[in-house]
Write a protein that binds this ligand. Structure first.
Ligand code: PHE
Ligand code: ZN
Length: 849
């Protein structure tokens, strides 16, 4: 067990490393329980930094011997690393350590997944492989020799040589240890070739377990598209002779951008039309792009320290979103991203885990791979781009690449490139990086003598450790519509910098209807008093697709809030507006599917809490159910017609057009099932030749209480496929009656195919439970107890995945005293469990405070 009272690290305490690494030679003698790692590291004192002793990180390592310049040394060893005297001149450090990959259930460092050796080093996993200055500002050139009897043995960079039982790799690009990777096992590749625009021939491989070869084609196509896009849009080329992707079943995260050797959670790369849904395909394309784009934003230019994580993640998420917008529908991508941002990041920002996009302290960095760092981090890049314009952005990014190639950088470096390239002062903008919390933007308006004025007031609520907030610069994209629905003022970006600020528009014949925060131009919550009639008007007429959707969303939300609060009947204005929208065949089916979606239960709970009310999860669930039944009745004919009109007859392709048609048909099927009891869902299930249709039909049947036999058949059909089985586990909980969700989840944790060793499987069950508020927060407390039981079981094995799941409890303050008491009891029970990890202790400590 680790130290019970771990100390935080502070950004303010950063000091440069006393020693730099020029070159590293590693030899791995692979063995499941006794792998030997031999290292030879060329160090040199950092110029300008006072001489000091040499400290190397190292955890769970058995040191066999160590030498400096060929002479044996006896370093001091603690749980955290090794300390020794070192010359004040260049020297060579050598060590041999033994590690036990088979015992590594945390999936950090070198571990085994289905008999395959595999590493995960970000953020601080390399120290579990050998002694090293495991910090991102130490960048070295790695040469790696792997010895073992695995048929395929991979590491970063280019292959140098191989023979019977060994392989050597050399990565010419200096990199921090977190980008190191090694994979060895019985793997087969799907291969392709890509010629970069300067003529470099690159071998592309996707490595998988034998049997999965047929699941790589889409991923390979996505990789090629990503490589082309980064050349065309950012002018960035690939820089090695080979690019390897490996699919691994046991992985804590989605994927990892190790230099030249990306390692993917198999769920984020493998696909066939029979096993993956349209959403899976889109996600795979985005994640392949994301990891590939890291080659420049993350690898060639990396982070000075882990507080700068958003430097690579926010920017790379922004880049992958631009890529998806270019490959598919930009409005649909934007709307989906905002739905996810509100569900995950606004929730985080409004609760006890709120932290700035660039945090100022942490105990366990693994707990900061958050929606705030990633998704809000990406929103900040989007705002910057809007503020400096497309050309300014292109110039600034080019400057950043040329100025900092090969360096480990900070947010200050990033912003300085923008200031230098555009002449703009970004001092106020920087607050977005340092202050947590979602600003509220209150809007009022006035109209007289043909002048229309918008008055804005911004306020950010206090967050943990930050009682006071300062006004931020907020780009507010606004357009105005005339009474007949025509746009009278096209989109203009208002730059708000003060606490209160007004902007006027002259020469208007009549009072316009404003379309505010178009394209969601800033991650804020807009508060403006308006009517459902005006929302319906915007849903019908707004030229900005995001705000068109937003208007429908607001209508649905207001309707639901009234239903939740006083059991009101659904507002006919909403029903009419959504009905009209659905029948508008000029609208993209994917857009219509999104506009038919209702605000989620958790989003509604968050809204109610934000208004000072105590949400009742059961009442929220019932209101959504009631609204769906009403919608199914009110639009019966339209729904039948839409369902028929959006059947795809062409052979399956995971492209946006087909996916949009299926998304609309499936959304409509959900409503149709409310009336027909599952007849059409069963027919769809029986006829389905792809997972998108099969899974949606199964969900409808389960929700209608008619899914038992079909679910058994689904299991029998797919029990050999881990990724499909994850869907099966999750869907049963997501589709259960809330009164039974916790029992269903509990039963599934007893299923022979359930295991704590596989993070995907754990998340399929417990993540699904956390995603059904009326089930998780059921008044019986069963959901809380099960979550705690499973976290206590998982935490000693896999702290990272356990700690991340603790966020299920982050909303506890929203609820009534009885629920709060039950949650606190469970949190305390987890904290008291023997073997509670520092990851989980930090998370629950922050949540409980
Ligand atoms: N850096 C990875 C990404 O976002 C995420 C990751 C973090 C993966 C830590 C593994 C461990 O692309
Ligand atoms: Zn990333």
């Amino acid at each position: 067990m680790k130290d019970a009272s771990p100390q935080p690290v502070y950004l303010a305490d950063y000091t440069p490393p006393p020693f730099l690494v020029d070159a590293v030679h590693l030899t791995f003698r692979l063995h499941p329980e006794k792998t030997r790692v031999l290292s030879r590291i060329e160090f040199r004192p950092t110029p300008g930094v006072p001489a000091s002793r040499l400290f190397l990180h190292g955890e769970n390592l058995h040191l066999i011997d160590a030498k400096i310049d060929g002479t044996a040394i006896t370093p001091e060893i603690t749980d955290e690393g090794l300390t020794t005297d070192a010359p004040d001149a260049p020297f060579t450090f050598e060590a041999e350590v033994e590690i036990d990959p088979a015992a590594n259930t945390a999936l950090e460092g070198l571990y085994l997944s289905n008999g395959m050796f595999c590493t995960q080093c970000e953020a601080e996993g390399f120290r579990k492989i050998t002694y090293y200055p495991d910090r991102p500002d130490v960048m070295g050139v790695f040469t790696v020799r792997i010895e073992g009897d695995q048929p395929v043995m991979l590491s970063n960079g280019n292959p140098v040589a191989r023979g019977d039982g060994w392989a050597e790799w050399h990565d010419p690009w200096p990199k921090p240890a977190y980008l190191f990777a090694l994979v060895a096992g019985d793997l087969v590749a799907q291969s392709d070739r890509f010629t970069t625009r300067s003529g470099r021939e690159v071998d592309l491989n996707i490595w998988v377990r034998p049997g999965d070869e047929d699941k790589c084609a889409f991923g390979m196509a996505a990789l090629r598209k990503s490589m082309t896009w980064d050349e065309e849009v950012y002018g960035r080329e690939y820089d090695l002779d080979i690019f390897n992707i490996v699919a691994v079943d046991d992985f804590n995260m989605g994927a990892m951008e190790n230099k030249g050797l990306n390692i993917f959670n198999s769920s984020c790369v493998l696909s066939t039309s029979e096993t993956a849904t349209d959403d899976n395909f889109e996600r795979i394309e985005a994640i392949i792009a994301h990891e590939y784009f890291h080659n420049w934003t993350g690898n060639r230019i990396t982070c000075r320290d882990w507080f700068q994580l958003c430097l690579k993640e926010g920017l790379t998420v922004f880049r992958d979103a631009e890529f998806t917008a270019d490959m598919r529908s930009a409005p649909v991508k934007r709307i989906s991203d905002v739905i996810a941002l509100r569900a995950r990041q606004f929730r985080e920002d409004a609760g006890p885990l709120a932290h700035p996009v660039r945090p100022e302290s942490f105990i366990e960095i693994n707990n900061f791979y958050t929606a705030t760092v990633y998704e809000k981090g990406a929103e900040l890049i989007g705002m910057l781009k809007r503020l400096v314009g497309d050309e300014g952005y292109a110039r600034a990014v080019d400057l950043y690449f040329t100025r900092h190639d090969g360096q480990a950088c900070t947010i200050e470096d990033w912003l300085a490139a923008f200031e230098d390239a555009t002449g703009r002062d970004l001092a106020q903008f920087k607050r977005w990086y340092s202050e947590a919390g979602t600003p509220r933007l209150r809007v009022t308006e006035s109209f007289n003598n043909s002048t229309y004025t918008l008055h804005f007031e911004q306020e950010t609520p206090p967050t943990p450790g930050q009682p006071e907030k300062h006004p931020r610069v907020i780009p507010i994209a606004v357009g105005l519509l005339g009474p007949n629905g025509d746009e009278v003022v096209p989109t203009r970006v208002l730059e708000m910098t003060g606490t209160r600020q007004s902007f006027s528009f002259d020469g208007l014949a009549a009072r316009p209807v404003p379309s505010i925060l178009r394209d969601f131009s800033a991650p804020v919550i807009v508060e403006r008093e308006t009517t459902n009639a005006e929302r319906a008007f915007l849903l019908a007429h707004d030229t900005d697709p995001f705000n068109k959707w937003e208007a429908g969303r607001a209508l649905a939300r207001e309707t639901l809030l009234a239903m939740i609060r006083d059991g009101a009947a659904p507002d006919p204005a909403y029903l009419d507006a959504v009905h009209t929208m659905l029948r508008d065949d000029t609208l993209d089916p994917a857009f219509r599917a999104l506009a038919l979606g209702l605000p989620g239960e958790d989003e509604l709970a968050q809204t109610l809490f934000g208004l000072g009310e105590t949400p009742d999860p059961q009442a929220i669930w019932e209101a959504r159910e009631a609204l769906d039944i009403t919608r199914a009745d009110a639009m019966q004919g339209t729904l039948d017609a839409l369902y028929a009109a959006h059947q795809v007859t062409a052979p399956y392709r995971p492209d946006p057009d087909q996916a949009g048609a299926r998304a609309l048909a499936n959304a409509v099927l959900g409503l149709i099932t409310r009336r027909d009891g599952g007849a059409r869902a069963l027919a769809q299930y029986d006829a389905a030749d792809n997972m998108t249709l099969q899974l949606a039909a199964l969900g409808c049947l389960l929700r209608a209480g008619k899914g038992a036999d079909v679910s058994d058949a689904f299991y029998r059909q797919w029990r050999h496929d881990r990724l499909v089985l994850d869907k099966w586990f999750g869907l049963q909980i997501l589709s259960a009656d809330p009164a039974e969700a916790a029992e269903t989840a509990a039963r599934l944790t007893e299923h022979p195919d359930f295991t704590l060793r596989n993070p995907n499987r754990f998340r399929a069950v417990l993540g699904a439970l956390a995603a059904v508020p009326a089930g998780f927060h059921h008044a019986s407390g069963r959901g809380y107890r099960l979550m705690a039981d499973m976290l206590i079981a998982l935490d000693p094995l896999n702290p990272q995945t356990a700690a991340r799941m603790c966020a299920a409890f982050e909303t506890w303050r929203r609820y009534d005293p009885a629920r709060q008491e039950m949650i606190r009891t469970q949190i305390d029970r987890i904290l008291a469990a023997p073997g509670a990890s520092r990851d989980t202790i930090e998370m629950l400590g922050r949540i409980r405070d």
